[in-house]
Design a protein around this ligand. Sequence first.
Ligand SMILES: Cc1ncc(COP(=O)(O)O)c(C=O)c1O
Length: 410
Amino acid sequence: MTWDTRIADARAARDASARRRVRRIVTRRDGMRCEVDGRELLNFCSNDYLGLSQHPQVIAAWRDASSQGVGSTASALVCGHYAVHDALEREMADWLETPRALLFGSGFVANLAVLQALLREGDTCLQDRLNHASLIDAAKLSGATLRRYPHVDAEGAARQLHNAAMHRTPAGDSASRGRDAPTPGLSLIATDGVFSMDGDIAPLRELATLAHANDALLYVDDAHGIGVLGAHGRGSIADAGLCTRDVPLQLATLGKALGTYGAIVAGDADLIGHLAETARGHVYSTALPPALAAASLAAVRIARDADDRREHLRTLIARFREHALRTGLELLSSTTPIQAVMALDDRRALAMSRALENDGLWVSAIRPPTVPEGRARLRVTLTALHRDADVDRLVDALAHARDISCKVPA
Ligand SMILES: Cc1ncc(COP(=O)(O)O)c(C=O)c1O
């Protein structure tokens, strides 16, 4: 095999299974209206849940701060950590009611860096089967044993934890194992707070209890919960009535409800201190542009106070679900802005997405490997910038798209 044949074979396999992926070019954007490849579409697939990415105060903060230069010029530990980065970390820690917070270049990098810094060979990393790809990759890179439990199944997680302990600890009590027996490894449970493709919420209370009872560390990736759920938008951990004692580490991305780019890991002061000195994605990567931190700081201040936006979003979600279910669309169970309209078959999902585009709406088709085989879907996302009439138009267009896609051979 040559490189040419490997790449050509992989492309042919994607073609044969309707899994080619293309990037669309956005040439203009005004709220949820955008011009895509020259055509105006109403966007129902962005993660800008609170509509902050074009907020005038966020843009002004970016513009003002960028007058002092664009790049941070180095990693945080060299000379790239500015006052505005520090202010953003403090603001996030204050908002999320955690002792400390640490900035990363992106959520993907943060997940890789956190698990690599904490886990080592002999440890166990338990993960929900539908966790984000970055968490799965992170565990594989860390050298720990990855064990995946069934989706949102805390009892399944408990069984896996039990199995891991049976495999790890040699039979007999510690005295009979002798002084030279290997030290049993540590366990970490990692879960998305809100699942990125299904929109449902992890059983955080049960997982926290399980972690506590087994001296395991619970890490919650709340990329899609921050800004949206819980009091003052503090996310799925606050929504579950939990705090840093229960969830010592959490990830908040800045590129979704906060509308900018980057990520924060927040939690226990000792853990964050350890990450600040050892997490490779923090130590060996250029710090975020200060202007981006300034824009994010402005966005966080707005998000903390954005109950009106959250309330409007909740109303839209309820409206969408009620109308869509009445129309007979197959939805996954979700109370968040992520609403999965199931097509199951890849070609049907593509046909539905194309039909929606013909009706002026942008909803991308999500196919394996992003979702499991036979679980292709349209991932609808609602934002605070949508109006009731937009949602009604979406449901009508989805019903029409479903009818058209029924004629597509599987
Ligand atoms: C659950 C989850 N975690 C992490 C990430 C990665 O975050 P970022 O886009 O900041 O790299 C994403 C992004 O899609 C996500 O959905």
